[in-house]
Design a protein around this ligand. Structure first.
Ligand SMILES: Nc1ncnc2c1ncn2[C@@H]1O[C@H](COP(=O)(O)OP(=O)(O)OP(=O)(O)O)[C@@H](O)[C@H]1O
Ligand code: SF4
Ligand SMILES: [Mg+2]
Length: 382
């Protein structure tokens, strides 16, 4: 895992990077620097370190006994830089939404740290937590169910001001909400309308306006366009990109659709069964994937051109995703991996730049949690 470069005077706030992740920190940082100078990225605004969320599995009605745990998130680490979009992709159930809820402090982490500007938010409570929460907002997947049908748009967008009246005092709320409606491309005169009077795309604009209300620095978007028609998806994505530039927002963009994620993301993390399998710039992940799981995901992306489709490198994965309550030993992907060897069952592959790629072509040299990581051009094979 690449460690961000910090000034010495910020060292007090340096996260406790775990044993697992310190192994190659110095060399990893060097290799990443070769691809993109830290100066270009600046300081990370969010640093996630070994984040874990285990949901207890219980038995019994009166006397509940814990019989296991769903390991929804199991040691996730990444950085989010100011003004960038980090995409997170992976199959259903791999832990994407749980990561989002942990970052929002809607779920309590079982272990690990989340540093917002150097402050571990997993340990905060009361006023300090409230202050940080203002800076990290969320846009939800379903614009049909995430808006209260009995509230007017004005009340929905202005609701966050009840908790943070300092952002918009009572007398100023209407003006502020109308300003937000305008910012997301809706008519400010719609302020007294109800959600059912809007289309899906317009409702998602309302959700985005609510997310923006408190002037956050980070917006976590959990499948923000998945429920929308394809034609509307592009409009909402364009709006999000415009707002990012305008307000210097940092996004975490969670989605199933690999094409959309590529379009909007600067970097992409691929999750499998509670862990990050591979992370890198969009070019590294899409054009130079080194983890077999990423390669399989990419090979399944629909290709409109029949000639390209014919000759492409299609990887069919065997078997189902194992249960997160009982994940495979060693590499979690090994039960479906065509390259698996004995080592894969006994040693957990670390998320790091493979030793043999260091100092090689910048695109291949990115973090991949595979003992036998190597490039395979699945998308351009035709
Ligand atoms: N509150 C909970 N209690 C128990 N298990 C949970 C809870 N929330 C999530 N899980 C489990 O944790 C795992 C990860 O769920 P999560 O919703 O984070 O996946 P996801 O990647 O967002 O999936 P999807 O793409 O379908 O939205 C799943 O196995 C899910 O059943
Ligand atoms: S570590 Fe082994 S099982 Fe896991 S992805 Fe790499 S080759 Fe496959
Ligand atoms: Mg989800």
């Amino acid at each position: 895992m690449a460690e961000p470069k910090r000034n010495d005077d910020s060292m007090d706030a340096t996260p406790n990077v775990t044993e697992v992740e310190t192994a190659d920190a110095a060399t990893v940082a060097e290799s990443v620097a070769a691809i993109e100078a830290p100066a270009q990225r600046g300081e990370p605004i969010l640093q996630v370190r070994n984040l874990v969320k285990h949901f207890p599995l219980t038995q019994g009605i009166l006397f509940k006994k814990q019989v296991g745990a769903v390991k929804a998130v199991d040691g996730v680490s990444f950085d989010l830089y100011q003004g960038e979009t980090l995409g997170i992709v992976g199959e259903s159930g791999c832990g994407k939404s749980t990561v989002a809820k942990l970052l929002m402090t809607l779920e309590q982490a079982t272990a690990g740290e989340v540093f917002f500007k150097g402050q571990d938010i997993t340990r905060l409570s009361g006023r300090a937590l409230k202050a940080v929460r203002r800076n990290i907002q969320m846009v939800f997947q379903d614009p049909y169910t995430s808006l209260n049908p009995r509230m007017t748009v004005g009340d929905i967008i202005g609701e966050p001001f009840d908790i943070h009246p300092e952002v918009a005092p009572k007398g100023d709320r209407r003006r502020k909400v109308q300003e937000l409606l305008d910012v997301v491309g809706l008519n400010p005169e719609y302020i007294n309308r109800y959600p059912h009077q809007f289309s899906g795309g317009q409702r998602q604009r309302i959700g985005i306006a609510r997310g923006l209300a408190l002037n956050p620095e980070i917006i976590i978007c959990d499948e923000p366009v998945s429920a929308l028609d394809v034609s509307v998806q592009a409009q909402v994505i364009n709006l999000m990109e415009k707002l990012q530039d305008e307000f210097n927002l940092s996004y975490i963009f969670i989605a199933h659709d690999l094409s959309i994620v590529r379009h909007i993301s600067d970097r992409v993390g691929v999750m499998y069964l509670g862990k990050i399998a591979e992370i890198g710039t969009d070019t590294q992940i899409y054009d130079h994937p080194t983890h077999p799981y990423t390669q399989a995901l990419l090979s399944a992306v629909p290709v409109p051109d029949p000639d390209a489709r014919e000759g492409r490198d299609r990887i069919i994965l065997s078997g189902d995703v194992p249960s997160p309550a009982n994940p495979p030993s060693g590499c979690r992907f090994r039960t479906r991996c065509w390259k698996a060897q004995d080592k894969c069952a006994t040693e957990v592959p670390l998320l790091a730049i493979p030793e043999r790629f260091k100092g090689t072509d910048g695109h291949t040299a990115h973090e991949s949690a595979c003992h036998f990581a190597e490039e395979r051009d699945v998308v351009h094979a035709a």
